[in-house]
Design a protein around this ligand. Sequence first.
Ligand code: WT7
Length: 656
Amino acid sequence: MGTMLFQILYLVGYFFTNTFQMTKQITSLEDYQSTYKYSIENPENFWEEQANTFNWFKPFDKILEWNFEEPEIKWFVNGKLNITYNCLDRHIEVKGNQVAILWEPNNPNENVKKYTFKTLLSEVNKCANALKAKGITKGDRVIFYMPMVPELAIGVLACARIGAIHSVVFAGFSARALADRVDDAQAKMIVCSDYNNRGNKCIQVKQVVDDAMDLSCNSIETVLVHQNTGGEVNWSDDCDVWWHDLVDNQSDVCEPEWMDSEDMLFILYTSGSTGKPKGVVHTCGGYMVYTCYSFKNVFQYKEGDVYWCTADIGWITGHSYIVYGPLLAGATTMMFEGVPTYPDAGRFWSICEKHKVNQFYTAPTAIRALMAKGDEWPQKYDLSSIKVLGSVGEPINVEAWEWYDKHIGKGKAPIVDTWWQTETGGILITPLPGITDTKPTFASYPMPGVQPVLVDTEGNEKIGNGIEGLLCIKFPWPSMLRTTYGDHDRCCQTYFSPFKGYYFTGDGAKRDEEGRIRIIGRVDDVINVSGHRIGTAEVENAINAHPEVIESAVVGFPHEIKGQGIYAYVIVDGNINSNDEFISEVLKVVVKEIGPIAKPDEIQIVSGLPKTRSGKIMRRILRKIASKDISNLGDISTLLNPEVVDEIIEQAGLKA
Ligand code: WT7
């Protein structure tokens, strides 16, 4: 019976595949301009046309319902689909034997792995059946805590196949951070690896999961463990299961679950300016349409190209532009297990040569770090296959942009500086390579269907060019977040309340005289360290967990490689033996509470923090001191304790 239903589905899908065309690609500047105009004047028609390039098990009967008050956003209302059917099954007929995922191991001497669309579908189906065998059904949450191995992509797709909601936690987060996310999502299962090969390090992964399970994680019934290195692990017969025992002998046929357009596809936790990280929720239909459309256009992917995004699947970039966008578009997408500097600083470029990479997408931090290693590294390799270069996650400075252009793109591969967020699901502002112009440090132009505006602090739209303001979006796009998991009010407060009628991004931006947008950076208490978003409040809470800490204040400061570094001012209780010892203890606490990515670069022990009369910490002043720029501190006479400012400045060695 089940198989028969599947066959019927398959036929329906087959019918649609052959009826509709693939997502449209913009081909010229005029095309971009007219498409943009059309998409703004007729957003529903525009997105309907894009949506119709996919397989729907049941067509949607309305394109969009929305209000930004609640907020409530619904795209492709009452449509039924499965995103994995669109990523995999629908490509089988034409390109079943084309490589879908190309996996490059950490160790360059080990073998690459290739999954064709056909073999990937089989693996996904086996894993999907394994999840079902462990009682996972539609709507259940599954947490992934894994290195960049193919099984991570397979597992994520397996969840989507059966309608389970995946939530990938970057494998650099601590047991505490993992446990917080498991608890918030009330997940039933964790999928992890035994160990993680990263450069010349071998990192314990299963052990962190065990530690998280000891802390809380009461909702977890099963821990599915992929054997990656074969190193020894502690085992609990109650809940631990080996991937190879459970997954390998499952059937490779699994009917895709019919999902409503607005059913949840995944939760991804990200930091905000207050409290604990929030679970950004994306849904099936809109996310599918937007990630595919943006992937095809931003990277100008052509049949046969090899596309490589160096991000980790633990971040949104990996979700949208390693897994979903490329697979939906039928592209060959590469996954890299390792790090840019192992075995040496030429690794990225050697991989580009080895696999003849056509589109290369990375973060400014990586570019700056590799630039610092010298021009000789890219010079050793043939990079002539590269047609498009991408940048994401943080502002790219002019020097890094120019180096990337000259030494990697050889002046002939346009750079797309793509601006977006976990919440936006896909790239919203970017040049289109070979189509629109590029200008260093400018994300430039909105994608079709995207309506960015700059507002003043009162929420009035600033019209015209040559202006600066707060970046908002005034009309829904298909892949926008729908809620924050378990706390819709927080979603409303964070994104929709600051300026009535707009989605607020948290970024400040400029528009130049020709209308290009330049992202300046966060205007809230979020810092962007190496392209990773970290909330200052989160780091403060972690530091405050040290028993000798009374209070702390954390700010960002410009950092040559990381973009921003973390600077912590800490008030200490009583006597500490030595500052060095105390500082290393504080670092340990942060690693334990959050993970190494949140470690402060600077810790200054202070006797007080500058506060307003109402008791609010004056972060503006602390930011200036951390940036070693005390030229213009503004009026500090109204502070509760102005004397502490001089003391902090002096301690920081800024006064002669
Ligand atoms: C924040 C979102 C987008 C996926 C990775 C980060 C900053 C992102 C750019 C860019 C300048 C950028 C913004 C944004 N950001 N891209 N091209 N130029 N800043 O996703 O972790 O959700 O962080 O990253 O400040 O708000 P995220």
